[in-house]
Each structure stands twice: as C-alpha cells, then as structure tokens.
Design a protein around this ligand. Structure first.
Ligand code: MV4
Length: 511
C-alpha cells in the first residue's frame, strides 16, 4: 500500500480523497492555488503546496508543476479527483513516466473513451447496444443528409470530442440540417479544438441511467448497479439517486452486463461509469458514453452498497485485488443526492460568489454531507461553485425523501445565495415524489411553478398577518416556558440551610 498520495484537485472531492487516505493510514498531500491558501482541503491535508495563481490553467491544470510537487514531496501516487486533469490521458501518461502511479485507468482506455466515435465502435465490438447512428465523423453536408434520411428524423448531431451536451444539436427535419451541422461543427471546434461531428437517432424523453463499474489489475471486474441522473439543468446533473426509481433488478442485471462488456473491451482498471439512455416507451437502453473517472455522484452508490469507492480506487491502483466479488454486492435501501451550488435559483441560477458568513450543516439519521467549505470561507469565481453534495439514505425511496426534506430544511448558509430553496421545492413536488423522472423533468418543473394559481394581494396580506400572529404566540409561549418558576419548598429549604452555614442569614442577606 502507498504511504503518501498527492491529490491533484480542490474542494469537496479533495476532502473526500483525504478522508479515504486517513482510513488507509496514507499521508495526504494537497496542492492549491493562490486563492485557495486557506481552503478546507489545504487545512485537512498533511502537507500542502502552492502551485500557482487562481486561474485553473495556471494551477490545477498545470501538469508539470503538479508532478514536480509530487516528486519533491515523495508521494508515490496521484489521485486526480474529477474534472481538471481526471480524464486527461497525457497527464496520466506523464504521471507514469515520472515514476508515479496514476490512480485511474490506463491512458489508452481514457483515449478510446475520450472520442465518442471510438467509444461507440468499442461498445459495438463488445456487443453492447448503442444508439442507432454513425461511428465515424460526418465528412460533409451530403453525407449528413444521406445518413439522417437513412436513420430517420429527428436526429441528433454530436461532437466526436465532446460529451455533456456541448456541440449537440437536435434536428427535426432536413430543412434545419445544414445550419445545425455548421453550428455544431463550429461549437465543437471552439470548445474541443476538434470540429468532428457525428449523428445519432433521437431517443425521445429518455432517462439518463448510468452503471458504476470497477476493475482491478488482475482481470476481475464488477458492477455496482445504476444511478438515475435524469434530473439535469442545461446538461448539468442536479439530483442523482441509487437505485433508479424504476427499481427493476432485471434491468440492472442487463445494463450491468452490458457495462462490463464495454469495460472489459478496453481493459478497464479502477472506477468507471458507463452512461446509458433508457427509453421509458420501449424500455430499451443504449450506450451513450463512458466516464473514466470517479463521478461527483458516487456517494449514492456508496450509501446503498456500503462500499468505499475511493478506498477501492487507491487499493486497486496499488495492485491489490478487488475487496469484493459481484456476488458480495448487495443493494440496500435508497439514496438521493442534491448538488448544492452557490447560485441564485431566483435569478436564473446566476453564480453567487462571496463569503459564507454562517453555516449550519444538517446531520441526523441517514444524512451525509460532502462539503469542501467551512464557515468564513470565500466562494470564488474561479472554480465550479458547488459547495457541497447533500445525500440522504432511507430503507425506501419515500424514507430517503423524508430525510432529504428534513436535511434541506435544516441546512442554513448565510452570506451567499444557494440552490437549497430550489431543492426544498423539488422534494415536495408530486412528480418527483412519484419518481416520474426523465430528462424533461426540470423544464416541466419550472412550468408547474409558473402555472401555480396566482395569489391575490389581499390573500397574501392575510397569510402574512396570520403567520405573524402564530410567530408572536409561539414566542410568548416559549418565554412562558423558560421563565424562572417559583422554586419548590425543598429547594427553598436547601437554600436556607446553605445560607445559614455562613454568616449570612436570609434576613441579613435581604437587608
Ligand atoms: C441524446 C438524447 C436523445 N437522443 N442522444 C445530453 C448530454 C449528453 N450526455 C447526451 N445528451 C442527450 N443525448 C440521443 N441520441 C438526449 C440527450 C439529453 C439528455 C440526456 C441525459 C440527461 C439530460 C438530457 C437533456 C437533454 C438531452
């Protein structure tokens, strides 16, 4: 096992990896940018090194600097977390060439999955179902027109180097194809430095369901079941759960088998996630892409399986065998996670940086908060404004929702705006409670909020007055309860005895 690991990340995930290091008795080395000198991950680590100015390109993305620090600190391995360099094959290769161990898959596996067209070819070769479409980039408009006609409209144009919705265009009819192709290509070129675009048939009202896989260096691979991530806003996940509310063990088994076929085809090692689109209509599922990293939403899988995914990543990277077999994996209960952001849900989720002047983190049965900030910390504009991931576990989905509602109500953050109020209304939403989740959930949720019957000014005034009366009454009762009561006779007698022991008497005292 390693004795020292460098964590090439910041925020909650750096803190999460440090916790796994503590469990394994591994020393944790943090790196930080100039604005992060007092950040929680720096305070939690055993050692910390400044790697550059605030912009990520000059600090958390600086490959040379990070490797140099790892060598100087005599770390044996580097954990990349998620984001930043986590899926950068060149970084993984540079780490290995520097004589260090990259905690993750091989650069070759990362490269295959980094190209969506390569990934689709690998999935097809592995015998897994993929969305009907091309496995090569479209050469020109003529080819796009022929292919779209062959698969049938509506179609989706996607960036080969992309993922996560950038450079993606849905095309309803041939008349829209030319402009969609041009804009997808130019968006792909500026976002990824690669203008290649390929084509898929549209899966309508899909659900996003992903499978957690794990493999060691000895040829063992297992899946840890699914996560439902259909609740997204502008291609950003908002709420994730395990299991999917579909809770279909046959589906889990079939998706798990397909995910493992794909992982084995690229000799995958470590933690990975295979994403699928699931059609509620046909109940078919299709491979979408594979993420070659630990995901933000890993805690829901940990809560339901009881397996520490970060600990397992570290032990697998050290060459150990998986600590469990497929038969050992049991799914117990239900977990739901909310990504709490420093954003204003009242103002189109506009970022809300600033100082956290007050922080009360919820706790109690079934509640887990993975946070990267503490009271007094500054949420800067330089990085992703996620401040924590709040997750609840229950024996059933209903119990998990009850606990999540309680935890969200208990959570208090002062000084900045957060997405907590948005989540407080989602966990009270009928569609959410019923588990009717597909990728159109958030737009429909916003419509439901807007279509709520308008409240008249008079009704609003009546409600405010009623609330004020209740508040005043409660406060009066509270004061009554806490008012010093007339002491009992035993207590009075006791006091008198005490006073009489000294020179003071009750009489002289009162005089
Ligand atoms: C699709 C699709 C429908 N059909 N592909 C969006 C992000 C990227 N990961 C893939 N995405 C989609 N690909 C086909 N062929 C619908 C989406 C999609 C979506 C997927 C998952 C979660 C939320 C979504 C929101 C809009 C569109």
């Amino acid at each position: 096992m390693f004795s020292k690991i460098l964590i090439a990340n910041r925020g909650e995930i750096a803190c999460r990896v440090i916790r796994a290091c503590r469990d394994l008795n591994i020393s944790a080395v943090a790196v930080y940018s100039e604005v992060d000198a007092a950040a929680l991950h720096v305070r939690m680590a055993d050692e910390a090194y400044l790697i550059g100015p605030a912009p990520s390109a000059d600090s958390y993305l600086n490959i040379e600097k990070i490797i140099d620090v790892a060598q100087r600190a005599q770390a044996e391995a580097i954990h990349p977390g998620y984001g930043f360099l986590a899926e950068n094959a060149a970084f993984a290769r540079a780490v290995t060439e520097a004589g260090l161990i990259f905690i993750g898959p091989t650069p070759a596996a990362m490269e295959v999955m980094g190209s969506k067209t390569n990934a689709r070819r690998a999935a097809i070769a592995a015998g897994a179902p993929v969305v009907p479409g091309t496995t090569e980039a479209l050469r020109d408009f003529a080819e796009a027109r022929e292919t779209a006609a062959k698969f049938g409209y509506p179609v989706m144009l996607k960036a080969a180097a992309g993922g996560g919705g950038k450079g993606m265009r849905q095309v309803a009819a041939e008349s829209d194809l030319r402009s969609a192709l041009e804009s997808a290509q130019s968006e792909a070129a500026s976002a990824f430095g690669n203008s290649e675009v390929y084509l898929e048939k549209v899966v309508e009202r899909p659900r996003h369901i992903e499978i957690q896989v794990f493999a060691d260096q000895h040829g063992n691979s297992v899946h840890l079941g699914e996560r439902e991530c259909s609740i997204q806003r502008r291609h950003q996940k908002v709420i994730e759960e395990c299991p999917s509310p579909l809770d279909d063990s046959d589906l889990r088994q079939r998706m798990g088998a397909a995910a493992l076929q794909i992982a084995r085809a690229v000799n995958y090692v470590g933690a990975g996630t295979v994403e699928f689109l699931f059609s509620d209509v046909s109940r078919d599922f299709y491979f979408l892409e594979m993420n070659t990293r630990l995901q933000v939403e890993h805690p829901v899988t940990e809560l339901v399986t009881g397996i520490d995914l970060v600990r397992e990543q570290i032990s697998v990277a050290a060459g150990q065998r998986l600590s469990f077999t497929q038969e050992d994996v049991r799914w117990s209960g239900h977990a739901i996670e909310c990504r709490v952001y420093a954003e204003d849900p009242q103002n189109n989720f506009f970022p809300s940086p600033g100082r956290i002047t007050f922080l009360r983190v919820p706790s109690g049965p079934g509640v887990r908060d993975d946070s990267g900030v503490a009271e007094g910390d500054e949420v800067s504009i330089f990085y992703d404004p996620m401040i924590s991931k709040l997750a609840a576990w229950g024996r059933t989905r209903a119990e998990a929702i009850d606990r999540l509602r309680r935890a969200l109500d208990e959570y208090a953050v002062g000084g900045i705006k957060t997405t907590l109020p948005f989540f407080r209304s989602i966990v009270r939403d009928e569609e959410f409670i019923a588990g009717r989740l597909d990728t159109g959930f958030i737009p429909r949720f916003h419509e439901r909020l807007e279509n709520q019957p308008a409240v008249s000014d008079e009704d609003r005034d009546v409600a405010i007055i009623a609330a004020a009366l209740v508040f005043a009454e409660q406060r009066r009762q509270g004061a009554t309860n806490h008012a010093p009561r007339q002491p009992g006779k035993w207590k009075m007698a006791g006091r008198e005895t005490t006073l009489n022991r000294g020179n003071l008497t009750r009489k002289s005292f009162s005089e």
